[in-house]
Design a protein. Structure first.
Length: 183
């Protein structure tokens, strides 16, 4: 049986955006994040983090440090009664660097497609929530509905149909309430 999930961007969506942060001591969950994830989980959505983490390709941190951060997220969420179903990270550098055209760096849908295979997800029943339009485009390209957290992090407003969210929210809890009411 295929399941449904909410894909959640990490930096600027699930946690406060501190560029290239992988230090668990500096992680601060966004306002309402725990309530939002509990609501989604209660409604039958598996929460899955999908995140671009180019710090590895840029030699700012290694995979072990990212794995430590993932364990911290899982443990912190579990203490709040939330089961993180997955953590998928693109570790490639952004376009214009030595590594280009990977299939997983958002706005490409590769992370979502990989998660769908691993977790047997029905992407038409899934949502992508993020704070920039690359997140929205990745979700739409994967066949998901989308919510943009309009919190001032988007700086390149390229308007194309693939970058138009189904809904804009001011925070993750508002996004979760919309998803719960429209699924």
């Amino acid at each position: 049986m295929l399941k449904r999930a909410v894909f959640i961007d990490k930096d600027g969506t699930l946690v406060d955006d501190i560029p290239y942060n992988i230090d668990p001591a500096l992680v601060r969950f966004s306002t309402g994040a725990f309530d939002a994830l509990r609501l989604l989980q209660e409604r039958g959505f598996a929460p899955i983090v999908v995140t671009n983490q180019p710090g590895i390709a840029l030699n700012l941190f290694d995979r072990a440090a990212l794995a430590l951060l993932e364990r911290h997220l899982v443990k912190t969420l579990a203490a709040e009664g939330i089961s993180l179903a997955g953590f998928f990270a693109c570790t490639h550098a952004p376009a214009g660097s030595s590594v280009q055209n990977c299939l997983c760096r958002k706005p490409a849908p590769g992370l979502l497609l990989q998660a769908a295979r691993v977790h047997r997800l029905d992407l038409s029943q899934c949502w992508m929530v993020g704070d920039i339009l690359d997140d929205i485009e990745a979700g739409r390209r994967a066949g998901c509905r989308t919510v943009l957290l309009d919190v001032g992090h988007e700086t390149i407003w390229r308007d194309t149909p693939m970058r138009r969210p189904d809904f804009k929210a001011s925070d993750l809890l508002t996004a979760a309430a919309f998803i719960a009411a429209n699924s």
